[in-house]
Design a protein around this ligand. Structure first.
Ligand code: AMP
Length: 551
């Protein structure tokens, strides 16, 4: 029996705020408060000096005085292959910036006890593709962590909810509106406690939609009101300090509007002053379009769920800090209350994701321990299973009941994107999807191609992902992931059949396999999503971090 880590940490690496949790000795997920005594840490990084990096509250405040040394919303850049942040003559990629946030969370966790912070589960939005997931994993590695899983945020939230007794046998819609992203997912929670099954039916999302967009509406309102009242038509957002103040105040005011009917704010620029009032009704009206965007995706996911046999929804779960805005609950009740027969409920709004991730981490290591021998747990006799559970309980410090529940828990996920290759249809380039979005994972899809000419020594394919549910998608709506090169023997005739298979695992990782059908020979593709650091680049990034202190 290998040693089982005593603690696995769950990290919600959020766009605006991040959180870290673990499972305590009573089997409950617990959030770790940071050194500012807060349960969430702003995902903001401040390069205070060449060697000193500050993450969190102080970094957020520093954006006012040192905007060029502060990075926020870096999660929105994870899909941008070319984005870098330059400071002190150095360039940092999104995964490097993210690694500083992870380091800070790990440091805070270390301070709470004598536990080493090593094994972690990090969450990401469900619709993050291969590139963003791999970058998130590398961010963890750069932070010196052992990333045992990259888990979808809605899966983590559902897991946190689904392990409650009153969730059993329910179909749940998880509406997760965070600071920068929106996810909506239909989940089915198994009835039989012994099975403890949590099944993702389908999921939709928009990673450019979140609380920040509500803040931006307030900022625009401040600017327009300032111009109206003062007649000063300068674009006050061009002044960095003023822009910072307005954005910072907009978030504060938005939160206040969750509890009050009205806010008043002084806006000053170039000696001109405006007193701006904002009523909650007006705020709701200004942001109605944003809410509608979330509802369009919610409708879509409910339709998808129907197609997949889930016609009844038993619970409407609200997750993410932005669901605290009263308009969300009100409008959901108005729109879906009657049709679905459910009222939205808040459940661990800020903490569900980190807690679910910690739970998943625990399940993961206990399942690994149960299956690490020559016989898989499921194939063991009852007697062997009992012995194994006793053994794991002793090694892990968990009760036998907890071990059994974890070992039997099944998380069933779906593909959150379609994956395909460039092909020609009627002479036009299209993307032929081999894996279709919302298919349960692990899954695979194949297509056979003929080699172009005789004695070809390789087949080159361009790999894409998209959000389409059809076999064929337009290249314009697809994102190019990279090239896959299949080396061939070189002695094949023209049109020799080569079968290409895409395999997508439960972690969302894509593997490409080729088969030379004439020789029955498997060809291993050399495929890596473009934009992911190779070993050399990773080592350079690691070296760059050597002299940096993160606090
Ligand atoms: P999360 O990514 O789940 O941590 O959510 C962060 C987002 O929730 C940010 O945009 C916050 O401004 C927003 N938020 C947190 N508390 C409130 C509140 N009381 N009212 C409105 N928005 C909030």
């Amino acid at each position: 029996m290998p040693t089982i880590p005593k603690r696995v940490y769950g990290i919600d690496l959020g766009t605006t705020y991040s959180a870290i949790a673990f499972i305590n000795e009573h089997g409950k997920a617990e959030i770790i408060t940071n050194s500012d005594n807060e349960r969430v840490t702003p995902s903001v990084v401040f390069f205070e000096s060449e060697n000193n990096i500050i993450v969190g509250k102080i970094a957020k405040e520093s954006a006012k005085t040192d905007p060029n040394r502060v990075v926020d919303f870096v999660k929105r850049q994870m899909s941008d292959k070319d984005w870098t942040f330059s400071v002190d003559g150095k360039m940092f990629k999104p995964e490097e910036i993210s690694s500083f946030i992870l380091k800070r969370l790990a440091e805070d966790a270390k301070k709470t006890g004598d536990h080493d912070v090593q094994d972690v589960v990090i969450t990401c939005p469900a619709y993050f593709g291969d590139l963003e997931r791999e970058r998130t994993r590398q961010a963890g590695k750069l932070a010196g962590l052992n990333v045992i899983e990259i888990l979808d945020e809605p899966v983590a939230a559902a897991l946190n909810y689904g392990l409650n007794d009153d969730a059993k046998g329910k179909n749940v819609i998880v509406y997760d509106l965070g600071g920068g992203t929106f996810d909506v997912t239909v989940v089915s929670i198994g009835e039989e406690p012994s099975k403890n099954e949590i099944k993702i039916i389908c999921t939709e999302g928009n990673h450019q939609l979140g609380g920040k967009d509500w803040d931006d509406c307030i900022v625009r309102y401040f600017v327009a009101e300032f111009q109206n009242q003062t007649g000063n038509n300068a674009n006050i957002l061009e002044d960095q300090e003023t822009a910072y103040d307005l954005r910072f105040n907009a978030e504060t005011d938005k939160k206040m509007l969750s509890n009050k009917g009205k806010i008043t704010r002084k806006v000053m620029f170039e000696g001109d002053k405006a007193i701006v009032e904002l009523q909650r009704e007006k705020f709701d009206e200004m942001t109605a379009g944003l809410l509608d965007q979330t509802f369009a995706l919610t409708d879509k996911v409910l339709e998808e769920a129907k197609v997949r046999g889930v016609t009844e929804i038993h619970a409407f779960l609200l997750v993410g800090g932005s669901t605290r805005m009263p308009q969300i609950k009100e409008k959901i009740t108005e729109k879906y209350g009657a049709t679905l027969g459910v009222t939205p409920v808040e459940f661990d709004v800020d903490e569900a994701v980190a807690k679910g991730a910690a739970k998943s981490g625990e399940i993961n290591i206990l399942q690994q321990a149960a299956n690490d021998g020559t016989t898989k747990f499921e194939e063991m006799t009852q007697e062997q299973q009992k012995e194994k559970v006793e053994e794991i309980a002793e090694a892990s410090g968990k009760t036998e009941e907890e071990v059994l529940l974890a070992v039997k828990t099944k998380l069933k996920k779906v593909a959150t994107k379609s994956y395909g290759i460039r092909a020609l249809k009627g002479g036009q380039p299209i993307v032929r999807n081999l894996i279709i979005k919302q298919t349960p994972v692990p899954t695979k899809g194949s297509q056979t191609f003929g080699t172009a000419g005789p004695n070809a020594d390789e087949i080159d394919l361009v790999v894409f992902s998209n959000n389409e549910s059809e076999a064929d998608a337009l290249t314009e709506v697809s994102e190019e992931l990279g090239q896959a090169v299949f080396p061939l023997d070189g002695n094949l005739p023209a049109k020799a059949p080569i079968e290409i298979t895409f395999e997508l695992d439960e972690q969302g990782s894509l593997t490409l396999v080729g088969l030379d059908k004439m020789h029955g020979k498997t060809i291993t593709a050399n495929f890596k999503a473009e934009g992911v650091m190779n070993e050399e680049e990773f080592n350079v990034a690691l070296e760059k971090q050597r002299d940096l202190v993160v606090e």
